[in-house]
Design a protein around this ligand. Structure first.
Ligand code: GLN
Length: 447
């Protein structure tokens, strides 16, 4: 029979109560003011979901998993929250993440690490680890997260669920607390490509409050979804299957190519050497923008303020020293350095040139292909504590995801198998700008 709104919310609440202590997925559980959604409003009406904690929710704590925003309650909703609420979405609260979305394991959170539901000794991935783990554990039907360099796709892969980063500008960033504004996008993590389509149909579209948002018509992604891939051309970049890729991950992703072929797609391998330079370019650009975006957290206007300071400069210094964690400070310092006079041309300007080269390489690839298939991560979920000691290794783990943000393209991560230890493996489908439908069709072919 039909599940009522009340039953759906009660099931989600019970599941959260039973698993929050182990998984630490929520920073702020927010039992819904009892919903009175009009169930005919949209397929999302009455469905329990949750938001990553860097998405502004009016009157509900939004911490970015940082001490510095400990008690911050935004006075307004993000545009995405407004649109989802209007469609009848029922928020169960705010989800754990890496501090300011900086990280790949959801271990840099001030509120403690998220645990992977498949193996609680392992990380859920990051930075949207709370979002991916909450969906994988059945706490919510879907979650809204952000992806600056893989933060939707990578945790989705590690938790065996589907995540979608839309084209840059397809979803308004108004109310998303910025990490790197030229790369940030909001998107869904859900149980299927169809659910991602339903959510994107509501979220996508222009917004006068975000000057980079694209004026595109309201989505028909769900209505048009088809797993029939006859006539679609899929390219596999050989450069994504070289050194550093785990053998089991490689085999599972190549098996995914066979599934696409079975649905009628033509699949071939090609060279995309530009992606080799994506990680250094990404970390320079992301840190540069972060150092600028995070300058607003100074203890004056909102958030946590250090006690016992001397003059104004001392207030800034004491607040930022005590309020930010190690990874955030490392990136602010790196970003400030690459933007400084004397190093700007050598690092930041170079990185922008690399970004342009990568974008051009993707443009050329999409003259021949409708979709590209790659791994999401070099390996399955790491053990908790393994990554924090070696940040450079963690950064290199972003090799398959960050080029997509540099090029502003849509991409999905969908489950394509398991390793010998039973940990989920994800495959990534990348589309041309505004090719959301093609990406979701490809992901749908797996379900
Ligand atoms: N792991 C990447 C980083 O730390 C991606 C983060 C993200 O997409 N927010 O920058």
């Amino acid at each position: 029979g039909e599940v009522t709104q009340r039953e759906a919310v009660e099931a989600a609440s019970a599941r959260i109560a039973a698993t929050q202590g182990t998984l630490n997925t929520f920073i702020t559980p927010d039992g819904p003011a009892f919903p009175a959604a009009d169930l005919s409003a949209s397929p999302l009406a009455g469905v329990p979901m949750a938001y990553k904690d860097n998405i502004s929710t009016r009157g509900v704590k939004t911490t970015c998993a940082s001490k510095i925003l400990g008690d911050f309650q935004p006075p307004y909703d993000a545009t995405a929250v407004e649109r989802l609420s209007a469609a009848g979405a029922v928020s169960m609260g705010k989800l754990n993440m890496d501090e300011f979305a900086m990280g790949s394991t959801s271990e840099t959170s001030w509120y403690g690490s998220v645990r992977n539901p498949w193996d609680t000794g392992r990380a859920a991935g990051g930075s949207s680890g709370g979002a991916a783990a909450a969906v994988a554990a059945g706490q919510v039907w879907y979650a809204i997260a952000s992806d600056t360099g893989g933060s939707i796709r990578q945790p989705a892969a590690h938790c065996g669920v589907t995540g979608m980063k839309p084209t840059y500008g397809a979803v308004s960033r108004y109310g998303l607390i910025a990490y790197a504004s030229s790369l940030d996008q909001l998107g869904p993590i859900a149980r299927s490509a169809a659910d991602c389509a339903a959510v994107l149909d509501v979220m996508m579209g222009g917004d006068p409050r975000d000057g980079t948002s694209l004026d595109i018509p309201a989505g028909k992604l769900l209505a048009s979804l088809s797993g029939d891939l006859r006539g679609r051309r899929v390219g596999i970049p050989a450069d994504c299957f070289g050194d550093g890729l785990d053998g089991e991950v490689s085999r599972a992703v190549l098996a995914a190519a066979e599934v696409l072929k079975g649905r009628g797609a033509q699949v071939e391998t090609f060279a995309l050497p530009a992606v080799r330079y994506a990680v250094p370019a990404y970390y320079i650009i992301a840190c540069a923008e972060a150092s600028s975006n995070l300058s607003r957290f100074d203890g004056v206007k909102y958030g946590w303020r250090a006690e016992g300071y001397g003059d104004l400069n001392d207030l800034y210094c004491a607040t930022r020293t005590g309020g930010f964690g190690r990874e955030v400070k490392r990136r602010i310092l790196l970003g400030t350095f690459v933007l400084s006079a004397g190093y700007y041309d050598a690092y930041y300007k170079k990185a922008l040139q690399v970004k342009a080269v990568i974008k051009r390489a993707f443009d050329e690839a999409f003259e021949k292909y409708d979709l590209l298939l790659t791994p999401v991560t070099p390996a399955t979920a790491p053990r908790l504590g393994e990554s924090l000691s070696d940040p450079l290794k963690m950064y290199l783990g972003d090799v398959y995801t960050v080029s997509v943000n540099l090029a502003g393209l849509p991409a999905a991560s969908m489950p394509c198998g398991f390793d010998a230890q039973g940990l989920p493996i994800g495959a990534q489908l990348i589309g041309p700008a505004l090719g959301e439908q093609a990406v979701l069709d490809g992901a749908h072919a797996f379900q």
